[in-house]
Design a protein around this ligand. Structure first.
Ligand SMILES: [Zn+2]
Length: 567
């Protein structure tokens, strides 16, 4: 069935309450594992098919056309009504955790769901409800402020995302002008950005303390479902980033400055332009890029071929930009249809290819695990998920000519170079937040000073030239995760460290590398991240050898990369 043909039915929240309550009682009274398991499976099917799928359909259809009053109304309904189910879900989880058959459940379905349920249980007490609402309000204020940006530039007005292509323009005047215009917008909203974050920091600190922690950080880790590594491990990872990756990234930017005739260190406005002739651009129409996706997935493996055929046949993708369509992109799941769904907005840049490789990498993992029970372990925790997507980007490199035409050679270079340079930036974002929550009493000015100190450590290739916002070293405020999802960012860095291992293995033996990828992906979220890596024979990013090895391999490759003939 095509996505557009699926019948939508609003979740009957009152009926759902009754059903969940009844199932919880049955689970409590079950006298054998067989009886408990039967209730468990019924609960799973009910929540997946009748609640989650319907709500997701409404969300996707609203995003496809935000002007459709029907689905907009449905989303308002869910925003208001769904929180009422939360206490019932909690009662169910508590009953399951205390079940006398827990051992049998763990034997049948693995222990990850139980580990995660325990983390989730300990990160919530009813006294937090008001704080969580306040946090939502502050995050919404940030989101609305960013979305409201109207930036005058070259006689027109642009939103932040509309301005992005100009920020990569090979024309120096245009590019620098776009960065300046954007920086000025942030400066004119500095007070509000400072105030929102100051409130968020203090609020989160008090939430951590209400749960008996000395700061927000342990709660932040729990909310990110960190189930197999600690703050100490992350500290060790940072050390590896500074020791092995920062020097390689520094060389990348020195070479870039030389290639483009820019002074080193670079300004923010100059550091994102890789070539005088511009960054690699995809060829063809959105349809051509989708068709190239078909070529790529058909030739990569039988599993990916089947997956992609499913996505296209059932139209489980909406990727073209249209008026009224919501901005951004994501991959989500529709359990009733046993299918993922990809939502995106093509914009004519390398981003469009990423939708096909990165977002579809997430979708592929979900498709491979579509029959896994319980469904909450179809996907691993977030760093584990980013391995699926970031690695799939590297598996697509042999098809770069099809996606990028003559720019393929530029693409292979910048793809690897930006994978390397991203990790220090991402680690900086994470390190900064540790410092923020360690000293919640800091003033906004002191927080900016902390960021500027860390910038010198993790991004020595940028120069603060005093230009508004970026050149003043205040650009952490454009990184939405810092406001919306504390401690999320390190997930991308850990995943990239694994994806780089795939990059190296693909060069040696693509088929063997793909077998490893499948060994990792087939496990879904049935094990914690570090155990998934171990099971697939991949190096753990917390092992210093991992970063040492990937940075050496990448450095050698980039140093010898033939850029001759490319302007
Ligand atoms: Zn992703």
């Amino acid at each position: 069935m095509k996505f557009s043909e699926i019948a939508y039915k609003r979740v009957d929240v009152e009926a759902a309450k009754t059903k969940i309550k009844a199932l919880t009682e049955q689970l409590e009274k079950a006298e054998s594992f067989a009886a408990a398991d039967k209730v468990f499976l019924e609960f799973e099917t009910f929540c997946d098919n009748e609640i989650s799928t319907m709500r997701t359909i409404a969300q996707i259809r609203r995003d496809i056309d935000t002007r459709d009053p029907f689905y907009d109304g449905e989303i308002s309904f869910y925003n208001q009504e769904m929180p009422k189910l939360r206490p019932l879900f909690k009662a169910w989880t508590d009953t399951l955790l205390k079940s006398p058959f827990r051992k049998e459940f763990e034997e049948k379905y693995g222990n990850v769901s139980f580990i995660n349920a325990e983390i989730s249980a300990r990160s919530f007490v009813p006294e937090l409800v008001e704080d969580l609402q306040k946090e939502n309000e502050l995050v919404t204020r940030y989101t609305k402020l960013i979305a409201s940006a109207e930036i005058p530039f070259n006689g027109e007005t642009y939103t932040l995302s509309q301005l992005s292509p100009f920020k990569l323009s090979p024309d120096d005047e245009t590019r620098r002008g776009a960065w300046l215009a954007e920086g000025e917008w942030y400066v004119s909203h500095q007070a509000e950005l400072d105030e929102i974050y100051d409130s968020l920091t203090k609020l989160r600190d008090s939430m951590g303390k209400k749960l008996g922690h000395k700061s927000y950080t342990p709660l932040g880790y729990d909310r990110m479902e960190r189930n197999c590594y600690t703050e100490k491990d992350v500290e060790g990872f940072r050390e590896g980033v500074r020791k092995y990756l920062v020097p390689v990234a520094t060389e990348i930017y020195k070479a870039q400055a030389k290639r483009l005739g820019f002074e080193y260190p670079l300004t923010f406005a100059d550091k994102d332009l890789a070539f005088r002739s511009g960054n690699p651009r995809p060829v063809g129409t959105p349809q051509d890029i989708l068709n190239m996706g078909t070529t790529f997935y058909s030739e990569l493996s039988a599993e990916t071929k089947e997956f992609w055929a499913h996505m296209r046949e059932h139209e489980m993708m909406d990727v073209e930009s249209r008026p009224g369509k919501s901005a951004g992109g994501y991959c989500t799941g529709l359990p009733l249809l046993k299918s993922p769904f990809i939502f995106a907005n093509f914009n004519g840049t390398a981003h469009d290819v990423e939708v096909i490789t990165h977002e579809a990498g997430h979708a592929f993992a979900s498709y491979v695990n579509r029959d896994r029970i319980p469904s909450d372990i179809q996907w691993p925790s977030l760093e584990g998920c980013e391995v699926h997507s970031m690695s799939m980007e590297f598996f697509a490199e042999p098809w770069a000519e099809g996606f990028f035409g003559d720019d393929a050679r530029k693409f292979r270079y910048t793809h690897l170079a930006s994978a390397i340079t991203f990790i220090p930036y991402g680690t900086l974002v994470d390190h900064f937040q540790h410092k923020v929550y360690e000293k919640p009493e800091m003033t906004p000015e002191e927080r900016h000073a902390v960021w500027q100190e860390l910038l010198k450590v993790y991004m020595p290739w940028v120069k603060l030239d005093g230009s508004p916002f970026y050149g003043e070293g205040k650009n952490w405020q454009r990184q939405s995760h810092i406001y919306k999802n504390p401690f999320y960012y390190i997930d991308y860095c850990l995943a990239q460290s694994v994806a780089l291992q795939f990059w190296a293995r693909i060069r040696e033996d693509r088929n063997a590398a793909f077998e490893t990828y499948m060994a990792y992906t087939r496990l879904g979220g049935s094990r914690v991240f570090t155990d998934l890596l171990k099971a697939a024979g991949l190096k753990n990013p917390f092992d210093p050898e991992c970063l040492k090895q990937v940075s050496e391999e990448a450095a050698a490759f980039l140093a010898e990369y033939d850029l001759s003939g490319i302007e």
